[in-house]
Write a protein that binds this ligand. Structure first.
Ligand SMILES: *Cc1c(COP(=O)(O)O)cnc(C)c1O
Length: 436
């Protein structure tokens, strides 16, 4: 495989085409100015400039977040809520301000509805664990075939431990949810509908407001069906307006939102959080502890046992404030233009199968290469500095549904450019040529 192998049967690269509106000198959103704020994006990998397209697994961090973490550790760090000295008060203030930022980001009614967790996974486990205590054998939990394992396995626990029945909302061939089948699956036994806002594999953006409306309309008045939306991708690439969606719970994870790892958040409607039993026991989550009884703090603190991820929460707040300077619709348009450019250049390549072509999908390009294992494809692309993910992407039932054992995924973020999209296509073609 020669490094300079020329690809002749493809549509021209962007360099040969007219510059899109997102070029450095174009109007509006400027990905080059965004990019300049991410130190890691200027490094090299295997002697090539890094082309980071593994954003659906984790996003890189802007200078603002890196600096805020350092500044907090250097100048304003102590444990929170234990009060009575200046540093603790400052840290508490920054920590609670970050909670307010998350609440604003989600358009929650109040910051009291935002529970800190260590990530999306813990947020879903927190809800499943609490709901599980009142699950009766035969109660039904609806999940979709496109869920991440984080939104499957906690519900499997309730199947194994409480006799719950998992029902699967089918995925259609184009990667959208079968909404008619979903409506039929709702029954008087349904207790929970747990669905992703956006698929981390297919890029599908689900009609979560409609999903929620149907679930709430189907439940008995005395036991409304709860709806949990997994927003780990949707919070980044769709519109995470919890009031517009109407869901009972919404989950996000910080590290995909340009914040640190080890931090996530659970939004809950006030009455949904109030009705949820505590998850872990320890300091900070109690009101009183005696030898023969214990009473719990009100949400959100009821769900935050122990010392919380203080620095991580502050870092996530800074990341969301940083993100807020960009117009969401412009970012989505930009990301989609990169996705579309790659798809257009790959048009007609009959060795390539793209998974997920749903109307209005986000900028995730997952594909199978005929005759090549996804891991090999990803490893060859890495030689050209292109970082992509390969495997089942924590969504094994979906891989089965789509009839693939593994696939490769390129996922775009606001700091990616047309040059990245071109480098991706070029590296993919070179990888493919390796197998023919
Ligand atoms: C990443 C992801 C998760 C899990 O988030 P963690 O940060 O690993 O806890 C859950 N669901 C979806 C759709 C994801 O993309």
């Amino acid at each position: 495989m020669a490094d300079g192998s020329v690809v002749t049967d493809l549509a021209p690269s962007v360099a040969a085409q007219e510059r899109p509106a997102t070029s450095p000198r174009g109007r509006g959103f400027d990905p080059y100015a965004v990019r300049a704020q991410f130190p890691i994006l200027s490094r090299q990998v295997n002697g090539k400039p890094l082309v980071y397209l593994d954003n659906a697994a984790s996003a890189q961090k802007p200078r603002a977040v890196i600096d805020a973490l350092v500044a907090t550790m250097e100048g304003g760090y102590a444990n929170v809520h234990r009060g009575l000295h200046t540093l603790s008060n400052e840290a508490t203030e920054a920590f609670e301000k970050a909670r307010e930022i998350v609440a604003r980001f989600l358009n929650a009614e109040s910051a009291e509805q935002v529970v800190w967790t260590k990530g999306g996974t813990e947020a879903i486990n927190l809800v499943a664990n609490g709901l599980g205590l009142s699950i009766q054998p035969g109660d039904e939990i609806l999940v979709s075939e496109m869920e991440h394992h984080s939104n499957i396995v906690p519900w499997h626990f309730l199947r194994e431990r409480r006799g719950a029945v998992l029902k699967w909302i089918p995925v259609l061939d184009d990667g959208s949810l079968d909404m008619a089948a979903y409506a039929d699956l709702l029954s008087p036994k349904t207790r929970m509908v747990a669905v992703t806002h956006m698929s981390n594999v297919l890029g599908t953006i689900n009609p979560v407001a409609e999903i929620t409306r149907l679930a709430h309309a189907a439940g008995a008045p005395d036991s409304r069906i709860k709806v949990l939306i997994d927003g780990c991708q949707g919070a980044v690439h769709a519109t995470p307006d919890v009031q517009a969606i109407g869901c009972d719970f919404y989950v996000l994870t910080g590290h995909k939102l340009f914040g640190p790892t080890g931090i996530g958040a659970l939004y809950g409607k006030a009455e949904a959080l109030e009705a949820l039993p505590p998850y872990q026991g320890g300091g900070e989550m109690i009101e009183t502890v005696e030898m023969d009884r214990v009473t719990y703090a009100r949400p959100p603190h009821r769900f935050e046992a122990g010392t919380p991820p203080i620095l991580e929460a502050i870092g996530l707040g800074v990341a969301l404030e940083w993100l807020a300077q960009y117009d969401r619709a412009s970012v989505q348009t930009h990301e989609h233009s990169l996705y579309q450019h790659a798809v257009d250049r790959l048009q007609g390549q009959n060795w390539l199968r793209i998974l997920g072509q749903a109307e209005g999908k986000g900028a995730i390009l997952t594909f199978a290469v005929e005759g090549a294992h996804a891991h090999d494809v990803a490893q060859i692309m890495d030689r050209y500095g292109v970082a992509v993910r390969a495997g089942q992407h924590c969504a094994e039932p979906l891989a089965k549904r789509m009839g693939v054992t593994s696939s490769t995924r390129a996922s775009f973020a606001l700091y990616n450019t047309m040059e990245d999209a071109d480098a991706f296509v070029d590296a993919l073609i070179k990888a493919r040529n390796f197998f023919v």
